[in-house]
Design a protein. Structure first.
Lengths: 299, 321
């Protein structure tokens, strides 16, 4: 801490160093207070997911243990479930599933949202009306029910779950991107590009999207959190991937014994909350960095 | 104002029509065959399945099926449920009151508490109370509703024995009159608390952001410069203007509550739309599903419309646009 103070004070005298992009991001991110906490949480969750085989070499489905052992007994730090499977093992393997689903689903929704939003905003006219109506409608459709239908019919493999969540979560990104494209379209540099004969798709991909994508990045963090919650909900009603240890599935399995062995379903819930909270806090940190108006209030 | 309302009203019609089309084809595009589900598990012959399919009109080409569906809809007929063998409309109306009771009560509670906390946090922006509330808000938002419901049951029903575990009424006691009302209220407390808690963050966030924004406006600075006491500026002017976005979110939020309520209804065995929808999904009951979706789409559109109207009443600038 003391050292950083010295360098901060000495910096302007030595050389007016231009802050690098990383520093320009990192300083306000730390200032946001929420961001670093979230990042810390996510790093822990990611480490647990990566080192799952080290933490529990026997895997999440090993049946050998005593049934419904309380946390701390027989070397089961977090106890066992009704089939004698180790809760900790299932939680760390579940982290792999949740993180994968969150990242892939959010990426899909980001790509779809960016494409639809930027085309609507940039093209305007009837294209905009049509795409905006479509977006509104997807906002109104109760997405969770739609996801249930698709997963219940197509099968509950993790792949389907990710794609379906991604394909229903895009409207928010689309709305944000549309607003960005609408304002960027009128900017001088875009007008100039058009006057120079640059093609529409090229302006869109090379200029509109890269310049307007910032607000969507904070939103993507929320999308990841939402996807994790949706998957948990799906697993909870019995539509999770039967071949994967997932947190929602653990809650589902444990709920019949919840009065006698609370840990089997309460602890995976805690894992969900902590992970989702991590993504929310990181999202908060990012939007703090991107939105200088909010900085003055907090700073 | 009348013109404003009629304009808003006409704008939701295409949205609902489009959702009818999309719902129909999306459901049919998904594989799974209600006839096969109906035929049961003991090895039905292909002829039996084909017969059921013909009976349900599922052997027709999709556009024909769609046309029939639209014709029926135009006459106000939502069709017959395949699984329950009852009119879809009756099924939905039977369950609707229970769901509305749950969703509206919890939404109003969440709106009140969330707005209050949001305003408090905004007034102390950057301080320890604000940080604590904001962090707690994120934590609350991260909780899966069904998990919270389970934990509530464990604590308040199993361990403490204060409240009933499930259902909407005590089926063994045949209460009437005010005793029945009391019974329902007792059963409501846990599911409503669960749903309200998970919704509070929505209102907290929007109120906090919006109050902060109002406090930066020039008119607030002007009032303060004239020497008007700070609490008065806040209550009379800043807070009022800040509440506008909250109203909008309330309308959109109702759609969210329906979905959130479905899982909570399952946890508490609440006899609402959520359970009905899930049954419809698992049994591939297309008519029932389409009916539920349509009713939801209309309900959400109306909620959005009502909030738009309230918004216009509160903010004259909107009407003039």
């Amino acid at each position: 801490m003391a050292q950083s103070l010295v360098t901060e004070a000495a910096a302007p005298i030595a050389a007016p160093r231009r802050p690098t992009r990383i520093r320009a991001f990192w300083q306000p991110f730390v200032e946001s207070r929420m961001g670093p906490i979230g990042l810390g949480i996510l790093i822990l969750v990611a480490l647990a997911a990566i080192f799952a085989p080290v933490i529990s070499p026997e895997g999440p489905f090993a049946l050998g243990g005593p049934r419904l052992a309380a946390p701390g007994t027989d070397g089961h730090i977090l106890g066992t479930d009704h089939l004698g499977r180790d809760i900790l093992a299932q939680i760390v393997y579940g982290a792999r599933v949740s993180l994968t689903i969150g990242l892939v689903a959010a990426s899909i929704s980001l790509v779809v949202g960016v494409l639809i939003g930027s085309i609507a905003g940039y093209c305007g006219g009837w294209v905009d009306i049509l795409l905006s109506r479509l977006t509104d409608m997807f906002l109104i459709i109760p997405a969770f029910f739609l996801i249930i239908v698709v997963v219940a019919t197509l099968g509950s493999g993790i792949g389907y779950v990710m794609v379906v969540i991604g394909l229903t979560a895009w409207p928010t990104s689309a709305r944000l991107m549309r607003a960005q494209a609408l304002s960027l379209r009128e900017r001088t540099f875009v007008q100039a590009l058009r006057a120079l004969g640059e093609s529409g798709p090229r302006i869109l991909v090379r200029h509109i999207i890269p310049n307007g994508i910032q607000p969507l990045i904070a939103n993507a963090s929320l999308d990841i959190a939402a996807a994790i919650l949706i998957e948990a909900g799906l697993s909870f009603i019995g539509l999770g991937d039967p071949n994967k240890a997932t947190w929602g599935r653990m809650i589902f399995d444990g709920r019949t014994t919840i009065t006698t062995a609370w840990w089997a379903s309460v602890l995976p819930g805690v894992a969900i909350i902590v992970t989702v909270l991590g993504f929310y806090l990181v999202g908060d940190g990012i939007s703090y960095v991107l939105n200088p108006r909010s900085r003055r209030v907090r700073g | 104002m009348g013109r404003y309302i009629s304009r808003q009203l006409t704008s939701i019609i295409p949205t609902i029509l489009l959702s009818i089309v999309i719902n129909f084809f999306l459901l049919r595009a998904a594989p799974g065959d209600p006839a096969r589900v109906m035929a049961g598990r003991d090895n039905p012959t292909e002829e039996q399945i084909a017969a059921i399919r013909a009976e349900l009109g599922l052997d027709q080409p999709l556009p024909v099926q769609f046309w029939r569906y639209v014709q029926e809809l135009a006459q106000g007929n939502l069709g017959q449920s395949i699984a329950f063998k009852q009119p879809v409309f009756d099924l939905i109306m039977e369950r609707m009151p229970a769901t509305l009771l749950l969703t509206l009560t919890s939404a109003v509670i969440a709106l009140t508490v969330g707005t209050l906390l949001g305003a408090i946090a905004a007034q102390r922006a950057g301080g320890p109370l604000d940080s604590t509330l904001s962090f707690g808000n994120y934590a609350l938002f991260a909780i899966p509703s069904f998990w919270l419901g389970l934990v509530m049951i464990v604590i308040f029903s199993s361990k403490l024995g204060w409240l009933p575990t499930a259902g909407m009424r005590n089926v063994r006691a045949d209460y009437t009159g005010w005793r029945d009302t009391l019974d329902v209220i007792q059963h409501m407390i846990l599911p409503v608390a669960t749903l309200a808690l998970v919704q509070i963050p929505i209102y907290f966030r929007i109120t906090r952001a919006s109050v902060l924004q109002q406090q930066r406006e020039d008119y607030v600075t002007t009032f303060r410069a004239t020497g008007m006491p700070q609490p008065r500026v806040f209550r009379r002017y800043a807070l009022r203007n800040a509440l506008l976005p909250t109203v909008t979110v309330f309308g959109l939020g109702l759609g969210f509550v329906f979905t959130g309520a479905a899982l909570v209804e399952i946890v508490f065995a609440w006899p609402g739309i959520g359970r009905l929808t899930l049954d419809a999904v698992f049994r591939r009951d297309y008519p029932l599903l389409l009916g539920v979706y349509l009713v939801l789409a209309i309900a959400v559109s109306i909620a959005v419309l009502l909030t738009d109207i309230v918004y216009a009443l509160l903010d004259p600038r909107i009407r003039l646009r």
